[in-house]
Design a protein around this ligand. Structure first.
Ligand SMILES: C[S@@+](CC[C@H](N)C(=O)[O-])C[C@H]1O[C@@H](n2cnc3c(N)ncnc32)[C@H](O)[C@@H]1O
Length: 363
């Protein structure tokens, strides 16, 4: 592993490797559908942290980037290194969800609007689906519709959360049932397709692909998991067998999933590809291959990489910079030696208006 990544990162690798072995730092993503206010969540988290001498919780500074309400959880601030279990409100909806701040960015990059059809191809355990749903189903409208005793038919956006693994789909189903009221749940569908054989037609697609998750390999090696069950750590069999060859195997799978997802994108639609791998072969190289095959002038499905990766305005870019994100050839990286979060890579692809769809609308 050292030789492989020294080739990519040069003298940066030792520092990056150490940062990857540090405890993963999570933020609490407040559930806008819960009745518990942000102040209340902050108070509860503060109480959970009060016996700790480390940093305390506070409102997140990165607010500019998102409509999501975030509260800085600080792994080190939590007592005995564990994150306080999310509490439920009076309607039995969980009030917050722990996630790496980097995981928000690919979902936010899609700029979901209320009337869009959205597919989350690799959805479990569901963190990014929660962020997509926050864009799709505005909490205030959901409440208003509930008070009127029916759904708002004017906005027909919907979310399809796909997950191929049965055990992970169970966890996803739990998240959907624990975090969304019934009005929202009726517009979310769980599916079990193999990501390489997708069907349907969507405005926005997220491909948060399976990858070699080097951070988890390194943390497992050093025996650190800081009380947080990682989305990837259930696939330890794969993780323990990290090798350059394994990266290539993942790259092949990622390319197949991405290619299949692109055929489900409506003309003018957008797709975010993301991984938590630090291997270029699983990130920019996958995009490079897609652009070679489906970029302008090739194939039926004309696709381009969007330069700003979903964060086009000056304020957003400044926030990404403040967070320690860095540009790659086709996307963005957030790496934990420069940022406090990550790793996460994402790239935004757009299908051109003129290119015909391959299949009918899925709903
Ligand atoms: C990086 S994780 C997704 C994390 C999720 N997006 C989140 O934010 O909670 C990748 C997921 O892809 C799933 N996966 C693996 N192979 C797949 C395939 N061929 N098609 C679709 N999903 C697949 C894995 O089971 C895993 O749940």
């Amino acid at each position: 592993m050292d030789a492989y990544f020294r080739d990519i990162y040069g003298s940066r690798w030792p520092k990056l490797k150490e940062a990857l072995k540090e405890d993963v730092r999570h933020v609490a993503l407040a559930n806008p559908f819960s009745k518990m206010s942000q102040e209340e969540i902050q108070r509860r988290l503060g109480e959970a942290n009060s016996s700790s001498s480390s940093e305390n919780v506070g409102t997140l500074r990165y607010h500019a980037i998102s409509h999501c309400r975030l509260i800085d959880g600080l792994a080190k601030g939590a007592t005995d290194g564990k994150y306080p279990v999310p509490l439920s409100d009076s309607a039995d909806l969980k009030a917050w969800y722990w996630m790496d701040l980097g995981s928000l960015l690919p979902a936010l990059a899609l700029r979901i609007r209320e009337d869009e059809s959205v597919l989350d191809v690799c959805a479990a355990p569901g963190g990014k689906s929660l962020v997509l749903a926050q864009g799709l189903f505005k909490a205030e409208e959901v409440q208003a519709a509930a008070q009127q005793g029916g759904g708002d038919q004017a906005k027909r956006g919907f979310l399809v959360c796909n997950e191929v693994s049965a055990s992970r789909r169970k966890r996803l189903a739990c998240v959907v049932s624990e975090y969304f009221p019934s009005h929202v749940k009726s517009r979310i569908r769980l599916t079990d397709s193999d990501g390489t054989k997708l069907r349907g037609s969507y405005d926005k697609i997220l491909v948060d692909a399976p990858c070699s998750s080097e951070r988890h390999v390194l943390m497992q090696k050093s025996g650190r998991e800081n009380g947080f069950k990682s989305p990837k750590s259930s696939s330890t069999a794969v993780i323990e067998r990290w090798s350059p060859k394994q990266c290539k195997i993942f790259a092949k799978l990622q390319y197949s999933i991405l290619k299949s997802a692109l055929t489900c994108l409506k003309p003018g639609g957008q797709l975010v590809y993301s991984t938590c791998s630090i291997a270029t072969v699983e990130n920019d190289f996958v995009i490079e291959k897609i652009l070679q095959k489906f970029g302008p002038g090739n194939g039926r499905c004309h696709v381009k990489a969007v330069k700003d990766c979903g964060f086009g305005n000056a304020k957003d870019r400044a926030t990404l910079e403040q967070l320690g994100c860095e540009r790659t050839k086709h996307g963005y990286f957030m790496l934990p030696d420069k940022s406090k979060f990550g790793p996460i890579y994402w790239c935004l692809l757009e299908r051109s208006q003129g290119s015909g769809g391959d299949s009918e609308h899925s709903e």
